[in-house]
Write a protein that binds this ligand. Sequence first.
Ligand code: NAD
Length: 500
Amino acid sequence: MKQVPLFINGEWVSSKSTRVIDVTNPATQEVIAQVPCATADEMQQAITSAKETFKVWKDKPIMERARIMMRYAALLKEHQEEIAGIICEELGKTHEDAMGDVWRGIEVVEHAANIPSMMMGETVENVATSIDTYSYTQPLGVCVGITPFNFPAMIPLWMFPLSIACGNTFILKPSEQDPLCPTRLVELFEEAGAPKGVLQVVHGDKEQVDILLHEESVKAISFVGSVGVGQYIYKTGTDNMKRVQSFLGAKNHMVVMPDANKAAVINNIVGASVGAAGQRCMAISVAVFVGSAKEWIPEIKEKLASVRPGHYTDSEAAYGPQITPAAKDRIEALIETGKKEGANCVLDGSNFTVAGFPNGNWVGPTMFTDVTTEMEIYKQEIFGPVFLTMNVDTLDDAISLINSNPYGNGTSIFTSSGFAARKYQHEIEVGQVGINIPIPVPLPFFSFTGWKGSFAGDQHAYGKQAVKFYTETKTITARWYDDHADESADAGPNMSIALK
Ligand code: NAD
């Protein structure tokens, strides 16, 4: 059985751990590899290498760091199909979806190649006579990334390229459910010329994460994953005086106004709700119909009923399987709960079968109408192809409903009214807002920031803002003498104190 290696101090090493986790093809249950839970000793080796390498890496010329990212982006493009193929195998995404996963990551690497302009400091001359103040942006040290299963290319690439371009060293702990894609990403990073030790890859679960959370030399932790785990990582990391950003779960709403383009609403809802098997933190899981827009619900149901999951080799498949049998069971249990709670299940994807793949974790498209806020299916992030609808009378009612939800990752409004769109973007308490766009994920030169329960930490994210997360600003105030200056001259009311 193929064992996923660790990457420590620039070497791919086979772990000595006896605790391993199976990596399974979710369409067949075939075990395709085993991922080891790194031993305490191996974790320490990774930490030591990251710590030692930082001493040298932080002083490497900034263009040398940037050029690695340029080469890396080119290599990733060359290997995009191959990486997407790995994602299809271990996560079951459709080919198109897997290609998108890699592409969104490549865009972050391209962005990281612009690191010099993003690390520029500030300068003001003559804050007092002959005294200038200027700031530098400096790397923090050892940074850590803990990533989820649902975007095994994009999310690791949100993290290590920018952090390393800033001059940090990085320890990546990818999801144990699909570690083969991150492994390939790191091989290509090495091929792009990344020096030994700037990036380490360790595998495991809570035990390995806990070592990183308590390690003194770790300065910053980026986490993306579920709410409970992310809150634990945020609390434990900050208790240990680390900088932490935790991107958490979601429940994203789309508001449908009666003046919206009906065909656009129907087409977009299908892809945004059940696409990627609903395993997207930006999936639209609830549509809120304002007034007469609810009359479109039957047509939406018809359209949803026409899509089906399938194997990635089937070009007609709209989406793939759920990641594990346990995830499928949980989704089906929630569907049952929704029925018991009185929601109207107009489309039930439980017990779905796909010809030729009897063991896949399939859940068909599922739709509930007449959902209310007290229902468990509304309160929980289902993370499956389950779409809920709710009806309200006015846009104000829709805004108040959504603002009462504990999450705030993404939202969208479909309308032809500029007034309604402007009001919505202004009043809604959600981090990413789409106007006639169902899944408004910004490109890396903007920040990606969930609000409320979808994020814990300072407002830093994967794009330009992430540079602030991975760096510290050093501000210098300097007095410049010349041979003729009167050295006893007053430096100015504030400066004289500072400079004494
Ligand atoms: P998860 O929380 O189960 O796992 C994420 C990572 O945490 C993995 O590397 C895992 O090994 C580790 N982990 C798991 N349990 C742990 C524990 N007890 N202690 C320490 N570490 C632990 O998440 P997942 O199921 O892989 O991903 C799906 C979740 O991620 C969804 O909730 C989704 O909304 C969220 N997500 C959020 C965003 C965002 O940007 N907000 C993006 C993608 C996914």
